[in-house]
Design a protein around this ligand. Structure first.
Ligand code: KG4
Ligand code: ZN
Length: 333
């Protein structure tokens, strides 16, 4: 079965071709990060206009690279939500037009389910497992009983971890996406330089909270003042902040595995690219005897291969053309 995946929920226009669930035969991602960089975050109006320009060339390239035409496509899977409505609609309307014109079955996919399944693109992961989806919009811990059966165990009560990375990077004036900038800068900084708080670290709840940590960084920056914000101060703040986030993510994820007697953990979403998280979590999982899976970085951040994989479980070839398919801005699972 050959599935064309399409993803336009935020600032990446992406298309991928997936064969028989395992073979990613193309994976094209056109990132708008440079465009949004100077604003320190995604500007929705700019994002949707750029998707409009990119969608045809990106899909065309994904088919070309796969060496197939639309005649070979058995189904289309498009991100239906959650995300920016103006961005989602570009992918959805394009997918509907192709599906209608070429009579190819179409299904709408929850972006979160895409992230949840991304680790399965490259790894055989046993069920049940604990999966942490940690991105710019979400920090959700799930017990995954099998594909399609996700139990939300905990989530952030305020900012998502990626959002905290982006806000702290904006505060430090080091660019967008903030996680990438902080990760890079932290390698030169001292992670113990500033004892930032680790909210909710030692309670038994599986929820997260990052807004207090972000505010602590803000107060620290105010306290040392603009003159104190030297290059080395910025790298130490970045490293200390990153260490705090990583400590929290690891502790809660291991706690979830422990409470549910699960021996497999997957970590996915943009923040799963973080090099400290990958290193420290690997050490911890080895200590705990837990099998740990991270997708390759290109499948951690937004991509269409994960949408195609979710589509491979959701597509129903019998279903009539879904005229009703519309964008859903908030869509929890
Ligand atoms: O999954 P994603 O591409 O989009 C959403 O669904 O949100 O995640 C984007 C988020 C951004 O907040 C970005 O700062 C963060 O992932 N991110 C990172 C790293 N790379 C991307 N955070 C920490 N370290 C990284 N290396
Ligand atoms: Zn995402």
């Amino acid at each position: 079965m050959i599935i064309l995946g399409i993803e336009t929920s935020c600032d990446e226009t992406a298309a991928a071709v997936l064969k028989d669930r395992k073979e990613i035969i193309s994976n094209i991602i056109s990132s708008q990060a440079q465009l949004h960089n100077k604003y320190g975050g995604v500007v929705p109006e700019i994002a949707s206009r750029k998707h409009q320009e990119n969608i045809v060339p990106v899909v065309r390239e994904s088919l070309n690279q796969a060496g197939i035409s639309l005649n070979d496509v058995d189904g289309i899977a498009v991100t239906q939500g959650p995300g920016l409505v103006g961005s989602l609609l570009v992918g959805i309307n394009f997918a509907k037009a192709v599906s209608f014109a070429r009579k190819i079955p179409l299904t709408g996919i929850n972006h979160l389910e895409g992230h949840l399944l991304a680790p399965h693109l490259e790894h055989n992961i046993s069920f049940p497992n604990i999966t942490l989806v940690v991105s710019g919009g979400h920090t959700n811990l799930y017990l995954v009983k099998k594909v399609g059966q996700y139990k939300l165990l905990g989530r952030t009560r305020d900012d998502a971890a990626g959002e905290a990375f982006d806000k702290v990077a904006k505060l430090l004036g080091i660019g967008y996406p903030g996680g990438v900038a902080i990760d890079k800068l932290s390698k030169k900084g001292n992670p113990s330089a500033i004892a930032f708080p680790r909210p909710m670290l030692h309670d038994r709840s599986l929820d997260f909270s990052f807004s207090g940590l972000k505010t602590a960084v803000l107060y620290h920056v105010k306290e040392i003042g603009i003159n104190g914000l030297t290059d080395s101060a910025v790298t130490d703040i970045a490293a200390s902040f990153q260490q705090a986030v990583v400590d929290i993510l690891i502790e809660k994820t291991v706690l979830a595995a422990d409470e549910h007697h699960v021996h497999a953990i997957a970590i996915t979403g943009g923040v799963a690219c973080n090099s400290l998280l990958r290193m420290k979590m690997n050490e911890r999982a080895a200590d705990e005897g837990i099998a740990l899976f991270f997708p390759s970085p290109v499948f951690c951040t937004d991509n269409a291969a994960m949408i195609a994989l979710a589509g491979s479980y959701r597509l129903n070839p019998e279903e009539k053309f879904p005229f009703f398919l519309n964008a859903i801005s908030r869509w929890p699972i």
